[in-house]
Design a protein. Structure first.
Length: 676
């Protein structure tokens, strides 16, 4: 049943008559291709997937539906060499080719979004803030992309492209399962005079999920610190709304003016297992009935103007978005009030709070010039202002009355790229970006890629590039004092940090003939000046440039199509990711990941599609230990006619659990939707 708030918002959207977005226009004279065969993110212009040198992957709306997914994370489970490991009790890290989560750039329709900015929180919640029903396709570029996208794209780019209406229609649906129950709608109002409109809404109730934890450590005077029981991960209500409009000038230059408005509002909480100090039979609780409450609010607005001539395709855009986060933590109670203060020799923190406001304002322009039949020259410029205001920058002591401080970082950049068709076999794509940051100065990042067609079935591709990531505002200016059970964690920023830098290259061989296809890629990344939180003493940390990382690996893919309905696909990723200073393997990465997929699609109007896949991960490194596990998964979609369909899936069918690395066992979901 559709939530009444969603129905009311749909009616309001119809009454307001603000209208909708446009897709990137196609290259002049380019043959029309299926959406699966083209990509925009790799070169900022439409190009064939087989032609671009970069390692890319496109997930269309049909692919996402076949996954029977309830959210973006479950929809991308089969994305090649993209690790979406759970990040503790909340969210998912986003690691491309073994690079850290803060080295991946997530865009929506090519736009950056304000979000958390430390090395462990960047992107962790980003995919949860997307509504799957609003997505038309997802484009993934693996490998450094700083020459076009600048800071944060050192590991790669995930560009989530929302739906664009071409005729009136819509979708309403409901989904429930282990993790959530949600109602959603996506309404396309069609074209009225020169305006087109779409409105999307999702109301998502996240279920509490119990995750058992046990730990103990010797402490002072023979006493032992113990945590024993189940933590309950983030649960509560998420609300997402997106209104988009486009005005078509209906002239020979195909000029369009696009507007986007977004609003997200979340009320969530977490519950924590009890913790105590023990000495013999005596227990002194340091965190019993401990809870944390969160309220998050996200707002975004964008205006974009596009057009094209016989020799140019241009875009101008300005957008602003902000994320507000308020949290309150209650560390619970102990059975002997006042005794912990005596034992710990000071005040014991019972409650704490935090407030944060992240904002991003970007103005950018881009033009692609078609210089004859051999060169497509793309150049652009961008101005960006990032601002962060919050209690974690103010240095206030633990408590419920913290001060707020703020900092901002500004940057401007210019870039140029040439798609040079040297001859019938060779495509060269050189690019370079210059960026100036108000905090750390100027940076130039070049890149060159090539595609060489050995014949009609075999292709050789190679890329070499440099990337960088500017220190975030938190890493530069944080002064955080945070209550954590029986102690306080103190973290200090470092305004003298240097940007992280990378040098990367890859080689690949691709094959596609008839019903067979395959790909073999070797990649190599060298990262320097890695920023880490370095322990000063006790629970006090500061950010420093200390680490280096060597990350290389092999991506292998082999597939066969059995007629029009069945496809079998095998992927294997080998990853050697080590700390260049200590030669120890990096956490949260498996050395080997093998996936066998069996896809079925009868392509009928009232048909059936499904995916059965088995994923085997070996030597997954966490806290100095290696873990090996295997999961079998299944998803499906059945079209029932008149626009109705059922979908669902089961992850980890055999209920494999590994508590230490958050492999949580069987997860199911089932949903129904109606399209008209």
């Amino acid at each position: 049943m559709i939530h009444p708030n969603a129905a009311a918002l749909a009616a309001a959207a119809i009454m307001t008559s603000l209208y909708l977005p446009v897709q990137a226009a196609g290259t002049e004279g380019q043959q029309q291709l299926q959406s699966k065969d083209v990509i925009v993110t790799a070169t900022k212009t439409k190009e064939e997937v087989r032609a671009v040198p970069q390692a890319v992957e496109v997930w269309t709306q049909e692919d996402l539906q076949r996954m029977g997914a309830s959210d973006v994370v479950s929809a991308l489970q089969l994305a090649n060499n993209v690790n979406l490991s759970k990040a503790g009790m909340t969210g998912n890290a986003v690691m491309i080719r073994g690079m850290s989560t803060n080295h991946s750039l997530i865009l929506v329709d090519g736009r950056r979004y304000a979000a958390e900015d430390t090395d462990v929180t960047t992107n962790v919640y980003a995919l949860e803030r997307m509504d799957l029903s609003d997505i038309d396709r997802i484009e993934i570029v693996r490998g450094p992309s700083s020459s076009l996208y600048g800071s944060d794209a050192m590991g790669g780019v995930i560009n989530i492209i929302t739906k664009v209406p071409d005729k009136a229609g819509g979708t309403v649906g409901v989904v429930t399962g282990t993790q959530n129950t949600a109602e959603y709608m996506n309404i396309n109002f069609g074209k009225h005079h020169r305006w087109s409109t779409s409105f999307d809404a999702r109301l998502d109730r996240r279920r509490p999920f119990n995750r058992y934890t046990y730990s103990s450590a010797a402490t002072m005077s023979g006493m032992t610190s113990v945590t024993d029981g189940s933590n309950r991960s983030l649960y509560g209500m998420r609300r997402m709304y997106h209104l988009a409009s486009v005005y078509d000038f209906e002239n020979e230059n195909d000029n369009k003016l696009r507007f986007d408005l977004e609003y997200h509002d979340d009320d969530l909480r977490s519950d924590f297992a009890p913790a105590w100090f023990s000495r013999g039979p005596m227990k002194l609780y340091t965190a019993k009935d401990k809870h944390e409450y969160y309220h998050e609010q996200e707002k975004a607005a964008s205006v974009e103007y596009t057009g094209k001539t016989k020799r140019n395709e241009y875009m101008f855009r300005t957008y602003y978005n902000e994320l507000k986060k308020n949290s309150l933590i209650d560390n619970g109670r102990d059975l002997f009030p006042g005794m912990m203060e005596t034992i710990l020799g000071g005040m014991y923190p019972r409650s704490d709070m935090d407030r944060a406001k992240y904002s991003t304002w970007v103005t950018e322009a881009r033009d692609t010039m078609y210089l004859g039949s051999h060169h497509n020259l793309t150049f652009g410029a961008e101005y960006r202002k990032l601002k962060y205001e919050g209690t974690r920058l103010a240095g206030s002591p633990v408590g419920l009355d913290k001060d707020i401080a703020g900092h901002e970082v500004n940057s401007y950049a210019g870039y140029i790229e040439d798609l040079w068709q040297v001859n019938d076999k060779l495509l060269l794509v050189p690019s370079v970006r210059y960026e100036h940051n108000s905090q750390f100065g100027s940076q130039t990042t070049p890149k060159i890629g090539l595609t060489y067609n050995l014949n009609s079935n075999w292709r050789f591709k190679s890329n070499y590039g440099r990337g960088y990531k500017a220190p975030s505002i938190s890493e530069l200016y944080m002064e955080m004092h945070r209550a954590m059970g029986s102690t306080t964690v103190d973290i200090y920023g470092n305004p003298d940090l240097d940007p992280e830098k990378s040098t990367s290259y890859d080689f690949s061989l691709e094959y596609d003939k008839g019903r067979n296809f395959g790909k073999l890629t070797y990649f190599n990344n060298r990262v320097s000046n890695l920023i880490e939180a370095d322990r000063l003493y006790g629970t006090t940390y500061t950010y420093v440039n200390v680490a280096k990382a060597h990350i290389d690996g092999i991506e292998a893919e082999l597939g066969h199509r059995f007629g029009d309905r069945w496809t079998v696909k095998l992927t294997h990723n080998y990853l050697d990711a080590v700390n260049g200073r200590t030669d120890e393997r990096l956490n949260y990465r498996a050395k080997n990941t093998t996936t066998v997929q069996l896809l079925y699609d009868d392509h009928k109007e009232n048909g059936f599609s499904a995916v059965l896949w088995d994923q085997f991960s070996s030597d997954y490194r966490f806290d100095g230990q290696d873990y090996t596990y295997n999961t079998l998964n299944f998803s499906f979609r059945k079209k029932l006619g008149s626009g109705f369909s059922l979908y669902g899936g089961v992850d980890d069918i055999f209920n494999k659990k590994v508590d230490d690395i958050y492999i949580d066992g069987r997860m199911w979901r089932i949903g129904a939707e109606w399209k008209w």
